[in-house]
Design a protein around this ligand. Structure first.
Ligand code: IFM
Length: 441
């Protein structure tokens, strides 16, 4: 029998995911003020196709149609993010009711369609006003985030099934402030590690505020985790892989799940760049969470000379190796090394250069294969005892892929940006069939 949802536990949750800046558009409407991504897009050379998020998928106006699409595919959950610059446009202070109203309608619209709302409070669109005061390098931003989180949760309440504080702290800190590929585009390791620490702190502060609301919603965080494999079995390559794992994964997992930074990486970084950790910070960061979201796309293949690419494998349009086994390995390893809450795959998917064919369809067989193989790998992990409870496909729609603009298509639904026409891709139709429970004859 081909793989279907019936192979998974009956209460396993199937959903899809998006993020505010990537789909909403309406950048100047209803009181929204600029975020760091609006600023970054306006800087020449930052976005490969010179685009921005002003219109994106126009989801702000087309959300009902988009929710209908989710429903038509038989998905039970939708993960989306809240734009802080719509809720508290200057980061602190005045609340913009029109912003809250939008998400209020969205949440009710989901529930009316039988779809669970899952909220991410921060998926990268920091109010620019806060960046002007140092952004995440400034400890005060952590306190501002906790206030914002409490405002959102007080309004949306436990109609929302889960609140994740952050999406991918590695991207917010290292990719954005050490590598400089994302907003605000700095290249400064010390700044990046200060940011990472303030995200841990902000996560803890926000959790405390959300817990105090006594909601039934599950509370947690979403990490992007990339298992690191040594290119050979020699010691230098194995050491390099341990380092890559420590910097990319354990630096973000350990403060949350163990209340400490990993010693080997702390030593590796050295005093000059290490963050200022105040008493109580790690206790806050490591308070219990109800779930951990894992975003998995590929593995790192590491040699002593740096990251390399294994030969003879397949790659997506991002240049990322297709390596489904890495998902099972990662989940099994998390289960072995940590005391885990419930796990969710909060993102998994692939970019391919999709086109609408003459028959009006999008034949994205590679994406279907990608999803099928990763679902199988997740099932292997479930069968190995990993407490994996659900899976969100990235992404519902083709959308603004950050520094790549609109040049990379991750959607299971195609978007024609000139007309905003949505076309359900073959992969989405496959997913719909995968989810369909056959009625007994
Ligand atoms: O599009 C992004 C998303 O915003 C965060 N996780 C990875 C995706 C693909 O790059």
């Amino acid at each position: 029998m081909p793989l279907s949802r019936q192979h998974f536990p009956s209460n396993f949750l199937w959903g899809t995911a998006t993020a505010s800046f990537q789909i909403e558009g309406a950048a100047h409407e209803d009181g929204r003020l600029p975020s760091i991504w609006d600023t970054f897009c306006a800087e020449p050379g930052r976005i490969s196709d010179g685009s921005n998020g002003d219109v994106a998928c126009d989801h702000y106006h087309r959300w009902e149609q988009d929710l209908d699409l989710i429903q038509s595919l038989g998905l039970s959950a939708y993960r989306f993010s809240i734009a802080w610059p719509r809720i508290i446009p200057t980061g602190t202070g005045a609340i913009n009711e029109a912003g809250l109203d939008f998400y209020d309608r969205l949440v009710d619209g989901l529930i009316a369609r039988g779809i669970q709302p899952h909220v991410t409070l921060y998926h990268w669109d920091l109010p620019q006003t806060l960046q002007d005061r140092g952004g995440w390098e400034n400890r005060d931003t952590a306190y501002a985030f906790a206030d914002y989180a409490a405002v959102v949760a007080a309004r949306l309440g436990d109609r929302v099934k889960s609140y994740a504080t952050f999406n991918e702290p590695w991207c917010v800190s290292i990719l954005s402030n050490e590598i400089g590929h994302h907003a605000p585009g700095k290249q400064d390791r010390k700044a990046a590690l200060a940011v990472a620490h303030h995200l841990h702190l902000a996560h803890g502060l926000a959790l405390s505020r959300l817990r105090a609301l006594n909601l039934t919603s599950q509370l947690g965080i979403v990490l992007n985790l990339t298992p690191a494999y040594p290119a050979t079995d020699n010691e230098a390559d194995r050491t390099a892989a341990t380092l890559a794992d420590g910097k990319g994964n354990r630096w973000f997992l350990d403060p949350i799940l163990k209340g400490q930074y990993p010693h080997d990486i702390w030593e590796h970084y050295g005093a000059e760049v290490l963050p200022n950790v105040l008493p109580g910070d790690l206790e806050l960061a490591s308070q219990p969470i109800d779930f951990l979201g894992v975003n998995y796309y590929s593995r790192a293949f590491v040699s002593a000379g740096g990251k390399t690419l294994p030969e003879g494998t397949e790659y997506t349009d991002m240049g990322w190796e297709v390596y489904p086994e890495g998902l099972r390995d990662l989940l099994v390893r998390l289960h072995r090394d940590y005391q885990l809450p419930d796990l969710y795959i909060t993102e998994n998917g692939a970019a391919y250069p999709d086109v609408v064919s003459e028959d009006g369809q999008v034949h994205d067989g590679e994406r279907t294969q990608y999803l099928q193989r990763h679902f199988q790998s997740a099932l292997d992990a479930v069968q190995a005892g990993v407490p994996l409870k659900g899976y969100f496909v990235w992404s519902l729609l083709d959308n603004f892929e950050w520094a790549f603009g609109y040049s990379k298509r991750f959607g299971i639904v195609h978007v024609d940006y000139a007309t905003q026409k949505r076309t359900v891709k073959d992969s989405a139709l496959w997913l719909r069939d995968f989810l369909r429970v056959p009625t007994p004859a």
